[in-house]
Design a protein. Structure first.
Length: 488
RNA sequence: CGGGACGUAGCGCAGUCCGGUAGCGCACCUGAAUGGGGUUCAGGGGGUCGCGGGUUCAAAUCCCGCCGUCCCGACCA
């Protein structure tokens, strides 16, 4: 085995490991366009599973899908003052089309609030037309100065939900409902624990009244904002004249929410579960859950029998709803296949060779070890096949448990001294819980001194007991607990 | 946009100082053997040397200009 076949270990250079694993697990590749990437079938397969799960959850909570255009009149983006302030620097604008300069430039959507609410204004007259609960799956573009595969690309895929309600309470309830949906999704599908909470003003979405987010801790102990849900108040409805007549006959502006998660989640998955051998895909998201590797010798008369048995096992697994595949490629040695599928993070490998055929067994290998440290098990064929659905679910749970333990080990509560926070964030990293007076200058100072930000004002269940009493900035009393980290 | 580095085969690089037939490793193709953790041997294909101009008998190499990429900072799902 030569050195260049291995990945740079995470311990040595996490950023290099991340890039290599994304490229070599064939999740994505660089494209000819600066900052834009190609999502390859293995990466897109994972995204498709994420989409399918989320889509179902949205529908189960009463939402419908629709589609709005890619191009937005520039004047729309400019209507909401904070919104344009926040997005102006990263807009890509079409000024020329059909061989002529356009009368009004068209912005390639960085997000779709403006065009969507302008349409809602057309569709809503009465409280009877509310709520509107729509979602769209789309691509958006933000001209970032520095990009990273999946984590920050100029163009990315996401879903954006946009709702309109008759009352503030109802919109607020929707904002939190989606926060819960996202949390379930991240825990149960991505197996990625998250801290939910409210953003401070400095990190709030441009144009929102309140932004809630879900923050995950990556293996290098930097935070990743995995999703956001915004309560927009009437900021956009006022600008786009999204009005309705209430039961009482009054004309009122609607209350909006918007929320999204993106292909960034794939990066989160990689940095949450990956190891020095490659990525580890949670079984529920894995395009292939079990790869059957037949081990056949060129001159062996049993070669055909082995392939037949492999196919038979695959078919039985498929009947049980397990996504299995037989790797019949003859130009690769078994070892080469093992490494390849491990790099791609397939949850289980099933080896089937002449010896197994004789004993009617298989060698089942788990992508990460069982609790007792074993990876390989020799199992009778019927038993292996029958237990695989349970084994997949068990691996799914183990991944979540392992990630949660890691996050807790790297979370620091009750930190009250500035120097202590500095020491943690500049060496180990992680989530640091402290008290905060609400003074934004404390945030600025942390950003300047240690490149750290308040990731969230945590939701109740994530708060510490006892609650902090003093502000981390020194002197003053704490008004709320906050979570600090260096972030992606 | 400021500071630094680099553009030579799909990938990673040597060759550039000191001009003289474009090379190495991996990958790829063919054949044979091999096959339970990255298989071996033999043969083979593939390059406008980032682009444009200049100097020269002769330029990957020297000179001028441009373009692009990556890293470090300022902006960010």
């Amino acid at each position: 085995m030569t050195a260049d076949k291995r990945l740079t270990p995470r311990e040595q250079d996490f950023a290099a490991w991340y890039n290599e694993v994304v490229l070599r697990a064939e999740l994505a590749d660089y494209s000819p366009v600066r900052g834009s990437m190609v999502i390859r079938p293995w990466g897109f397969g994972i995204w498709e599973r994420m989409q399918a799960a989320l889509d179902q959850m949205f529908k189960d909570t009463g939402h419908e899908n629709a589609y709005f255009p890619l191009l937005i009149p520039q004047s729309f983006i400019e209507k909401e003052a904070e919104h344009i302030e926040g997005f102006k620097p990263e807009l890509a604008v079409v000024t020329h089309a059909g061989g002529r300069d356009l009368e009004e430039p068209l912005v390639i959507r960085p997000t779709s609030e403006t065009i969507i609410y302008s349409m809602y204004a057309k569709w809503v007259q009465s409280y009877r037309d509310l709520p509107i609960l729509l979602n769209q799956w789309a691509n958006v573009m933000r001209w970032e100065l520095r990009t990273r595969l999946f984590l920050r690309t100029a163009e990315f895929l996401w879903q954006e939900g946009h709702t309109a309600h008759a009352t503030a309470d109802e919109a607020q309830e929707e904002t939190l409902r989606i926060l819960g949906v996202y949390r379930d999704f991240m825990e149960q599908w991505v197996a990625m624990p998250v801290v939910t909470g409210l953003k401070t003003d400095s990190e709030r979405f441009a144009g929102a009244v309140r932004t809630y987010s879900l923050e995950a801790l990556m293996q290098d102990n930097r935070a990743l904002q995995a999703g956001t849900s915004h309560f927009l108040g009437q900021n956009f409805s006022r600008q786009f004249d999204l009005k309705f007549q209430s039961v009482e006959g009054r004309e009122e502006y609607a209350w909006n929410t918007s929320w999204g998660v993106s292909t960034r989640m794939v990066g989160g998955l990689v940095m949450t579960h990956g190891d020095d051998d490659g990525i580890v895909v949670p079984p529920r998201l894995a395009p292939t859950q079990v790869v059957v590797v037949p081990i056949v010798k060129g001159g062996d008369a049993r070669a055909e029998a082995i392939h037949r048995k492999a196919e038979e096992l695959r078919a039985i697994l498929a009947d049980q709803g397990v996504r299995a595949k037989v790797d019949r490629r003859s130009h690769l040695s078994p070892g080469a296949k093992f490494y390849e599928w491990e790099r791609k993070g397939v949850p289980f490998r099933m080896e089937l060779g002449p010896r197994d055929l004789d004993k009617e067994q298989v060698v089942l290998v788990r992508r990460i070890p069982l609790e007792d440290g074993r990876k390989k098990e020799f199992l009778s064929q019927p038993h292996a096949v029958a237990t695989l659905p349970d084994r997949l679910e068990s691996l799914q749970r183990d991944l979540f448990r392992r990630a949660t333990v890691r996050r807790e080990e790297n979370s620091y509560r009750g930190v009250s001294e500035w120097d202590e926070m500095t020491e943690i964030l500049e060496t180990r990293g992680g989530f640091v819980y402290t008290g905060w007076s609400g003074d934004p200058t404390v945030e600025e100072r942390a950003k300047d001194e240690m490149k750290a930000t308040i990731r969230a004002i945590p939701s109740e269940e994530f708060r510490s007991t006892p609650a902090p009493t003093t502000c981390i900035g020194g002197g003053r009393a704490s008004k709320m607990e906050v979570v600090w980290a260096r972030a992606y």
